[in-house]
Design a protein around this ligand. Structure first.
Ligand code: FAD
Length: 290
């Protein structure tokens, strides 16, 4: 973990582009609340095959116009043609955006055809070829390993390849076992990687939603957490309190051990993140390190 200590701590919040007018209104309230915490950026997800292309762009622009904080679009390559990706990059460059999160993405089950760029590393290479050094590029990292990885070692090698071809930093899939992150960072260090790898953290607010996501993305919910959550049944208040407690401790542990910031998966909600932020006085950490 030593190498991670030298990086300035960065805090960011992830949103997905809202689908309905009502959801747009709710996200605006969320972004107003979270903007007060002065994060380094807000990122906005991108549906595979470009399904949210316009909404991702509109959300990113809206964030910047309303809060003055950078909106960072995710770009995924699976299911998109080279020309479509070129157009997306040009739109972002023309709008003055200079940071992206580059991903492979996941096609919905049953979809056929992946497009010319099969892996995120190929997208990173493509972005560098098309736009030189214009974009700061963040890529995904998996401390508990990507579900399709051939092996743990191959997955770390594939992450390294993304860095070698031009990515500047990593954001991890969410996890609740900090040792998985520390081990991952140690392996990256041993393989000579020298970029910040920021832990992605999903505050626990409901049990069903968490289990559904975790099954799909391969994130492990430790048995002791699952057992407790199941015991709370329909008691949403108890689940929330327990979830915030566990997530606060996790963030504290990670930051105290040198993690270079936190990227919060907000699910477009502000309350849990604000509570964790205030519990840990993260505004002070942020200011001291800037
Ligand atoms: P890759 O890095 O390409 O890896 C995918 C798999 O392929 C891994 O198993 C890897 O080991 C393997 N692999 C890589 N290169 C090779 C190779 N050359 N040969 C063989 N195997 C290889 N999804 C979205 O659709 N939209 C989003 O906005 C989005 N945002 C995300 C943000 C973060 C921070 C994270 C962690 C994930 C996000 N995802 C998003 C989910 C992500 O798209 C999925 O996890 C997807 O399955 C993998 O994307 P990747 O960029 O990690 O792919």
């Amino acid at each position: 973990m030593e190498s991670q200590n030298k990086f300035t701590k960065k805090f960011s919040f992830e949103f997905f582009p809202p689908k309905t007018l009502e959801a747009v209104g709710k996200l605006q309230t969320t972004q107003e609340h979270l903007a007060r915490l002065k994060p380094d950026f807000f990122s906005v997800t991108f549906g595979a095959g470009g399904s949210t292309r316009e909404r991702t762009f509109e959300t990113v622009m809206d964030i910047y116009q309303k809060t003055g904080i950078d909106g960072v679009p995710h770009v995924s390559c699976i299911g998109s043609t080279a020309e479509e990706i070129q157009n997306v990059l040009k739109t972002y460059m023309d709008a003055g955006i200079n940071k992206v999160v580059a991903l492979r993405g996941d096609l919905p089950s049953g979809s056929i055809g992946g497009g010319p760029l099969r892996y995120a590393s190929e997208l990173v290479e493509f972005i560098r070829k098309e736009t030189g050094d214009h974009f700061h590029i963040e890529v995904a990292a998996y401390p508990e390993f990507h579900p399709q990885a051939l092996s743990a070692q191959k997955d770390i090698e594939n992450f390294k390849h993304k860095i070698d071809v031009g990515a500047d930093a990593g954001i991890t899939q969410y996890f609740y076992n900090p040792d998985a992150y520390y081990r991952f960072i140690d392996s990256c260090e041993k393989m000579g990687m020298d970029v910040p790898i920021v832990p992605g953290i999903m505050p626990i607010v409901t049990c069903t939603q968490l289990c559904r996501f975790s099954d799909a993305c391969g994130a492990e919910i430790p048995r002791w957490i699952l057992k407790r959550l199941q015991e709370f049944g329909d008691d949403r208040k108890a689940i929330r309190e327990f979830g915030i407690d566990v997530t606060t401790e996790l963030c504290d542990h990670l930051l105290s051990n040198g993690a270079p910031g936190i990227h919060f998966y907000t699910m477009n909600q502000s309350t849990a993140v604000e509570t964790i932020w205030n519990n840990l006085n993260l505004s002070d950490i942020n200011r001291n390190q800037d």
